[in-house]
Ligand binder design. Structure first.
Ligand SMILES: Nc1ncnc2c1ncn2[C@@H]1O[C@H](COP(=O)(O)OP(=O)(O)OP(=O)(O)O)[C@@H](O)[C@H]1O
Ligand SMILES: [Mg+2]
Length: 675
């Protein structure tokens, strides 16, 4: 399948194959072809994010089963029986009904193969030692090495063997390969099978169906460099491993294919927990180790597919993102802070999580292996939990209380509600129990978000920061579930602070024109908030911030019991901002000049003050000649002077109008909890 194919082309192909397979006129080989092509398409579609992972996994399972039902079937009419056949049996073409499956191997040419000759030579040199040829490679089409396959333990057991009768490790010449490497070369130009019969003592390597018939499949580097079989990218190895399973290892003494099948079919299917099979699967990762003793790890194609799928999913989970590696962010961009408290719990999607007690974990990196999921999270979609864990939980760069100028009352109240109860939950009980909801309201740019960041740094609680607009817009239809997941995860990570910026967009007044989904989100939020508020054990605090408090629904307002006004900074606070910012620059403002600046900036918000200082700091640069900018050194730039502030005042104006201010003051008088 070409990468450039359009969606409609995919669809057309898909349909064509579907009709072909269901028409009843298909031979087993054609069916196998079609199913394999479907698997390839599924992987391709997934790699291109055309279908979701869940969808891909479902389709993949479906077609993998169909595929292996054909190739593993020992019914000559419905299957290809490759399960039981080795390469030389296939070469006789007795079990296959498609020309494609025929091997170019013959008695006359097999001994010409360099790899065979090398093995014969090695066998002569050391007849009583197991022969262990170097790792095999698969070469497809124009010599592209597709994968390092596990070392090809040709003889499978330590009994002495005649190399001549065991020399079927390769299927064709291998001129394109590195010296001394026996290979499986895809016989595109396969000669008609000439092998009349083969020794019964040739269990060697079964590379029958997939190798010979899947040149098209292997040839495309669909999922990145398929050499990286150990790659963290799940999309890098599924396609390959489906067919690497064809390098199966048979024990000696099982000449009859049916006997072999019976022998292996009685072993556990749980390949991941079966040491022999686990070992074999490890080998596919290029360990380069020869398998030692015990039962060789034969797997059907279906088993191998599932092993590979399991393996490929694990790094993906560990990497923390199941969305094609693209990190999505909810709300403002966040980085995992230095106090990062825990790792994604990596919920298992495939069944038995074992019921965990995992709650708060600490200091682990994103590559930490999966842990049991908390019972309370089991009813939630793993995707949601992962999103909450990976994207929302954060503590950001540290912000200290001193970094916030003014708002002394709000700071003291927050310390009382958030910090101390977190420190001493034993004291803050009963009536002293802290409220479960705080609302920070006030004009734009007064430091509400800054306070949120400070709580994150200073409270010691697990901090969830989410922008309400993210819940309502980005995750249309999922916001309600996200809210539920958010609280569920927070409950597992107590003590926890959920900071919701722009909370008005989440909890705005209910009205007729309101969208159903946002109404449901709001209801869910209120239910969750109630749950957190009524449970004395839950140590979850919701902190909302808004510059539109009047739009908040009255039911929500009631639940956010501490409503703290964050006003415009007073003169002392404005001075603190100027002094703090200027202390980091070269500045020659005298105390009086600073006071003049503060006096001029009445009505400015904290953000306006910051903007004023930025503007003033550009003054010295603007006074330079354009030609000087290219050559001047930083210490030659003159200090910021009062005149720069005077100029800055010409362009920076207060962003909050007196009328707006009046609204906030009124709302504070009515609903605020300030002094
Ligand atoms: N009290 C303050 N002390 C120091 N800096 C402040 C203060 N208030 C605002 N600032 C500055 O203004 C910037 C914006 O502040 P912040 O984002 O916290 O405002 P906000 O109240 O959340 O505004 P909005 O309501 O528009 O979201 C801060 O990053 C900081 O640089
Ligand atoms: Mg804000």
């Amino acid at each position: 399948m070409q990468a450039s194919s359009s969606r409609s082309a995919h669809l057309g192909e898909w349909q064509k194959h579907h009709f072909a397979v269901t028409s009843g006129t298909c031979s087993s080989g054609q069916k196998a072809d079609a199913y394999r092509a479907q698997i390839l398409r599924i992987q391709y579609a997934w790699a291109n994010s055309e279908i979701s992972q869940v969808c891909a996994a479902r389709l993949f399972k479906k077609y993998a089963e169909k595929y292996s039902a054909v190739i593993d079937s020992d019914n000559a009419e419905t299957g290809l029986s490759n399960y039981a056949e080795d390469v030389l049996t296939l070469a006789r073409s007795q079990q296959t009904d498609s020309d494609k499956w025929r091997s170019g191997l013959s008695i006359s040419n097999v001994f010409q193969m360099r790899s065979v000759q090398e093995m014969m030579e090695a066998g002569r040199r050391s007849r009583d030692v197991l022969l262990a040829p170097a790792g095999a490679s698969v070469v497809i089409h124009k010599g592209a090495v597709v994968a390092d396959l596990p070392e090809c333990s040709v003889w499978g057991a330590s009994e002495e063997r005649d190399p001549l009768t065991n020399s079927a490790c390769g299927t064709d010449g291998n001129q394109d390969l590195p010296e001394g490497r026996p290979s499986m070369r895809c016989p595109q130009n396969a000669q008609p099978p000439l092998v009349p019969d083969t020794t019964k003592r040739c269990p060697a390597v079964s590379a029958p169906f997939g190798e010979s018939a899947t040149a098209e499949f292997h040839a495309k580097p669909l999922f990145g460099n398929v050499r990286k079989e150990n790659s963290n990218s799940p999309k890098a190895n599924i396609g390959l491993n489906v067919f690497s399973s064809n390098l199966s290892y048979f024990p000696s003494g099982c000449e009859n294919p049916r006997e072999r099948k019976a022998l292996y079919s009685c072993s556990s299917v749980d390949v991941l927990s079966t040491p022999a099979l686990s070992k074999a699967s490890g080998k596919t990762e290029g360990s380069g180790q020869r398998e030692e003793g015990g039962l060789p790890a034969f797997k059907t194609a279906r088993e191998q597919l599932w092993i590979d799928q399991q393996k490929s999913q694990q790094p993906q989970r560990a990497s923390g993102s199941s969305y094609g590696g693209v990190k999505k962010s909810l709300g403002a961009g966040r980085s995992r802070g230095i106090f990062g408290k825990f790792v994604p719990p990596v919920p298992k999607q495939d069944g038995d999580e074992g019921g965990g007690t995992q709650c708060k974990s600490s200091g682990a990196g994103p590559a930490e292996p999966a842990r049991p999921v908390d019972e309370r999270l089991k009813s939630l979609e793993p995707k949601m939990i992962e999103l909450i864990m990976n994207e929302i939980m954060d503590q950001g760069p540290p912000v200290h209380w001193e970094d916030i100028a003014g708002v002394e009352f709000a700071k003291a109240t927050i310390k009382e509600i958030v910090v101390w109860p977190m420190m001493r939950p034993d004291i803050f009980t009963g009536l002293r129990g802290p409220p479960k909801g705080i609302l920070l309201f006030g004009p734009p740019g007064t430091g509400k978000t800054l306070i949120g960041k400070c709580i994150a740094s200073q409270s010691g609680a697990t901090f969830f920061s989410i922008s309400a607009s993210s819940l309502t817009s980005k995750w249309v239809g999922e916001g309600e579930k996200m809210v539920r997941a958010l609280f569920a995860v927070a409950r597992c990570q107590q003590p926890a602070v959920i900071f919701i910026d722009e909370i008005d967009s989440l909890l705005s007044q209910r009205g007729d024109g309101e969208h159903e989904s946002s109404r449901r989100i709001k209801t869910e939020f209120l239910v969750q908030l109630d749950g957190a508020a009524t449970s004395s054990e839950d140590r979850i605090l919701v902190v909302g911030a808004t510059n539109r408090p009047q739009e908040i629904d009255e039911a929500a307002r009631r639940r956010l019991v501490k409503r703290l006004y964050i006003p415009l900074p007073e003169a002392s606070a404005r001075k603190q901002i100027v002094v703090s910012l200027m202390s980091k620059e070269r500045c020659c403002l005298s105390e009086e000049e600073i006071d003049l600046v503060v006096g001029h900036s009445d009505g400015f918000s904290g953000a306006d003050m910051t903007q004023l200082c930025r503007e003033a700091s550009l003054g010295p640069i603007r006074s330079l000649q354009a030609a000087d900018i290219a050559t001047i050194t930083p210490d030659q730039v003159r200090p910021i002077a009062f005149s720069d502030f005077e100029n800055a005042f010409r362009t920076v104006r207060p962003s909050v109008s007196p009328e707006d201010l009046e609204l906030y003051e009124n709302w504070n008088r009515t609903f605020g909890c300030g002094e």
